[in-house]
Design a protein around this ligand. Structure first.
Ligand code: ZN
Length: 288
C-alpha cells in the first residue's frame, strides 16, 4: 500500500498557493515530515517524496531552477528520516512528475534536454536516499522514455512509472492503457500503472485493461478520490474512505500489486484501503 496526496495536505500545513511545494523540503522539512508520518501511521508501506514538480523546468517557473539538487535531496532525506523512525520496512519512492512542457515535434522541448533535467532530479533523489524512482502523472510516452533514460543515466535504482488516463480512458496525448503498458515494459520499467485521473470507477476499467496487457510486470494504481467540486471556498472530493476501500479491494482482486491514492486522498482513505485489503496476497482473486 502506497500513500495518498501530498500537495493538498501541505496546503493545510501553510504552503502558499502558487508556491513550489518542494521549497518546504529545505525551508520547513517538519511540515513535510508530518505528512509522511501521518501516512506511516495509517500503515503505508511506500511513501512518496514531496518532489513531484522538482525538475529544473518546473522550478524555474518559481525562479528556483538552481535549487533542483538541494530541494530533491532534502525531500528524499526527510522521507528517509520519517521512515527510519518506524520499526518496519518502508520503501521511499522518489516522485518525478512531468516537465510541464511538450516535447518536440508537438512542443519545443528537445528529448535530450528533458532527459538531462530528469537525470539531474533523479541523481539528487538517489543522493537523498530513495529506494525507487517513481515517474508519475505522465501523458506522453516520449517524455516517459526521457524520464526513464534520465533515471538510468545516473544510477541503477528500480524505476516505476504511472501515466494518467483522463480523456475518455486515454492520456491527453491519446495513448490507451494497453499501448502505454506495452511501450513502457519495452523501455524496461520494473513496475507500471496509472495515477491521478477521474476517480476510482474509471481507474478500475484502466486496471482491467492493463492487467491483460502487462506481460507479468507488477502494476500500480493510485486513483484520485473522484472528481473535485467547489463547495463554498472548499475543494471537496466525491470519494470518501469507504469508496476508496471498495476500490482497493477490487484492485487487489484484479491482481494490482501496489495500490495507493492521488489527489484528494488522505491518511483516512489509506487506512480504510489497508483495512479492506488485509490478508490479500495481491495476486488476484483466482489464485486466492
Ligand atoms: Zn492526482
Amino acid at each position: 500500500m502506497g500513500d495518498g496526496a501530498m500537495g493538498t495536505m501541505l496546503q493545510t500545513a501553510g504552503l502558499e498557493p502558487g508556491d513550489a511545494p518542494e521549497r518546504l523540503n529545505a525551508e520547513n522539512p517538519e511540515a513535510v515530515r508530518s505528512v509522511h508520518e501521518a501516512y506511516l501511521q495509517a500503515g503505508s508501506d511506500v511513501i512518496t517524496t514531496n518532489t513531484f514538480g522538482g525538475n529544473r523546468r518546473r522550478l524555474a517557473l518559481h525562479h528556483a531552477g538552481d535549487r533542483v539538487f538541494e530541494w530533491n535531496k532534502a525531500g528524499a532525506a526527510v522521507a528517509r528520516r520519517a521512515a527510519g523512525a518506524q520499526d518496519r520496512e518502508v520503501i521511499i519512492a522518489g516522485s518525478v512528475g512531468p516537465t510541464g512542457s511538450l516535447l518536440q515535434p508537438v512542443g519545443d522541448l528537445h528529448f535530450d534536454e528533458a532527459k538531462n533535467d530528469f537525470a539531474e532530479q533523479c541523481a539528487a533523489l538517489a543522493e537523498g536516499g530513495v529506494d525507487v524512482i517513481l515517474i508519475e502523472t505522465m501523458s506522453d510516452l516520449e517524455e516517459v522514455r526521457a524520464a526513464i533514460e534520465g533515471a538510468r543515466a545516473v544510477g541503477d535504482l528500480p524505476v516505476f512509472c504511472t501515466m494518467t488516463f483522463d480523456t475518455h480512458g486515454r492520456t491527453m496525448m491519446g495513448t490507451s492503457p494497453e499501448e502505454a503498458v506495452q511501450a513502457t515494459v519495452d523501455f524496461g520499467v520494473q513496475a507500471f500503472g496509472s495515477n491521478c485521473g477521474n476517480g476510482p470507477g474509471e481507474m478500475e476499467e484502466i486496471a482491467e485493461k492493463m492487467i491483460r496487457a502487462c506481460r507479468g510486470v507488477p502494476l500500480i494504481i493510485q486513483a484520485n478520490a473522484g472528481v473535485p467540486r467547489i463547495e463554498g471556498d472548499q475543494v471537496v472530493y466525491e470519494a470518501g474512505p469507504e469508496r476508496m476501500a471498495e476500490h482497493a479491494r477490487r484492485c487487489c482482486d484484479l491482481g494490482i500489486r501496489y495500490i495507493g491514492g492521488c489527489c484528494g486522498t488522505t491518511p483516512a482513505h489509506i487506512r480504510a484501503m489497508i483495512e479492506a485489503t488485509k490478508g490479500s496476497d495481491g495476486k488476484g482473486a483466482e489464485e486466492g
